[in-house]
Write a protein that binds this ligand. Structure first.
Ligand code: HEM
Length: 311
């Protein structure tokens, strides 16, 4: 892109409260809203005092919208930054759901696990669709700001790594890459060292009287999960009754769909990267598409894929 462009002014950063902590706010109830509507004659409130308003304060919106700082003269960099930040937020939303999905499974509360699973899949689909926007960045546009990334790369996304770990794709190097960041590393290390959702699902199979090897029920959770014959046998038995009333079957299918959508995400990233970068090395020190190819072939919940051949 070679035309001149303008970044419109939205927020004066000098007026923003930069604290990441929640801002104090009143709590209202139905009665106070009834009283207010009489006072306003049914029109929305438009007179606020101080230097903010409750909408801004509830989600620190002025702070959120002050965090987009293109460093180059490239037109596409603003799009890249905002889509990147949108993805980080959506990954955080997904992680919150997955974390609680795991707790529901641990509690044998499958009804609520299904509700959370449904939302998780929808959030993940939204993340996949962000690639529709990102892939409008063409090679020449990306080259205009690429140098300014230095060695920054999505591989360093700790939010993405949380998702990979809770779903079961443990990677020591990718965890340790954050060991110098004291406000991020402890939570990531805890997640890395804890059972994944799939580990909890396997324990649930055992609670349902399926014969699962002890090695699959208690192990070093930091180790990469290895396919296990007893887990595959259990899923085969579950899948011998492929009906909607079979909760474990529906759970297996829900997890498979989640893994399927995640594979679509990795594939979209991979193809977009090949389209934008060709076979140039990545900014993060990797060989680029060649390195990403391995990630594309990865599948979460391996036995839920291998059983298909036997069914
Ligand atoms: C649109 C332009 C993009 C390009 C050309 C690109 C390119 C790459 C490359 C080459 C890698 C390999 C590692 C390295 O950098 O050496 C990588 C990894 C990665 N990128 Fe991107 N990326 C783009 C956008 C994004 C965005 C917006 C995100 C998410 C916020 C993202 C997330 C990731 C993640 C999580 C990895 C690590 C993958 C894994 O561990 O399996 N990328 N990217």
């Amino acid at each position: 892109m070679s035309f001149e462009f303008i970044i419109p002014e939205i927020v004066d950063p000098n007026g923003v409260d930069g604290s990441p902590h929640p801002r104090p706010m009143d709590v209202k109830d139905d009665q106070s809203r009834e009283e207010k509507v009489l006072e306003t004659d049914g029109e929305p409130i438009t007179n606020f005092y101080g230097n903010s308003n409750p909408y801004i304060d509830y989600e620190s919106i002025d702070l959120l919208l002050s965090l987009q700082h293109p460093r180059s003269q490239g037109y596409d960099e603003m799009c890249f930054i905002i889509m990147g930040q949108a993805k980080e937020l959506l990954f955080k939303s997904l992680y919150f759901e997955l974390y609680n999905l795991q707790l529901r499974i641990r509690d044998d509360d499958i009804a609520n696990a299904f509700v959370i699973m449904d939302r998780s899949k929808k959030i993940l689909k939204l993340i996949v669709n962000v690639w529709d926007v990102l892939s409008t960045i063409r090679t020449d546009g990306f080259n205009q700001f690429r140098d300014y990334l230095s060695v920054a790369s999505g591989q360093l996304s700790f939010m993405y790594r949380h998702i990979e770990f809770i779903l079961g794709n443990k990677n020591k190097h990718m965890c340790e890459a954050h060991s110098n960041v004291p406000h991020v590393y402890p939570a990531l290390l805890k997640n890395f060292s804890s059972p994944s959702i799939y580990d909890d699902v396997i324990r649930q199979l055992a609670r349902n009287e399926f014969a699962i090897d002890a090695a699959a029920l208690d192990r070093d959770w930091t180790e990469v999960y290895k396919e296990n014959a007893s887990v595959e046998a259990a899923w085969l038995k579950v899948y011998s009754d492929p009906t909607p009333t079979n909760e474990l079957y529906m759970l297996g299918e829900g997890l498979t769909e989640l893994a399927d959508i995640f594979s679509q995400y990795r594939h979209r990233h991979f193809v977009s990267v090949e389209r934008i970068l060709g076979f140039k090395p990545g900014t993060g020190g990797s060989a680029g598409v060649g390195w990403l190819k391995k990630a594309v072939d990865h599948r979460f919940f391996p036995e839920l894929w291998t059983i298909r051949t036997e069914l």
